[in-house]
Design a protein. Structure first.
Length: 115
């Protein structure tokens, strides 16, 4: 019974890590898209929110809140003026080009708590 619980916990952590990786990958692609284009790819945007919905089953409220913040930031970025490469480079130097930092830190805290 103890081994079964351990196996289930490991499987749950693995599923959670996969979900977070998928979210980071999709959010990263959408973020750069939102900075350089005016029109969102609605299919990919809905896919991002589907990942957030999956998180609601497995994740802490803090992780979900951070994921929603990322999604909202992406949606807000589309109507803003497109960024040039020089703009993006300046954002990197100003440390304003890491929209997933708080999300990632929340995920790490959550996963450390599961150990």
């Amino acid at each position: 019974l103890l081994q079964h619980r351990h196996d289930c916990a490991n499987r749950c952590v693995g599923q959670t890590l996969t979900l977070y990786r998928e979210f980071v990958d999709e959010a990263s692609r959408l973020y750069i898209d939102s900075l350089t284009r005016d029109t969102p790819d609605l299919t990919r945007l809905v896919a991002l929110y589907a990942l957030i919905s999956r998180m609601r089953v497995l994740s802490s409220p803090k992780v979900i809140e951070e994921a929603e913040t990322v999604g909202q930031m992406i949606v807000r970025s589309y109507p803003e003026p497109n960024k040039t490469f020089a703009d993006l480079r300046a954002m990197v130097y100003e440390h304003a080009f890491d929209p997933l930092r708080s999300f990632s830190e929340s995920c790490r805290e959550e996963l450390e708590g599961l150990k």
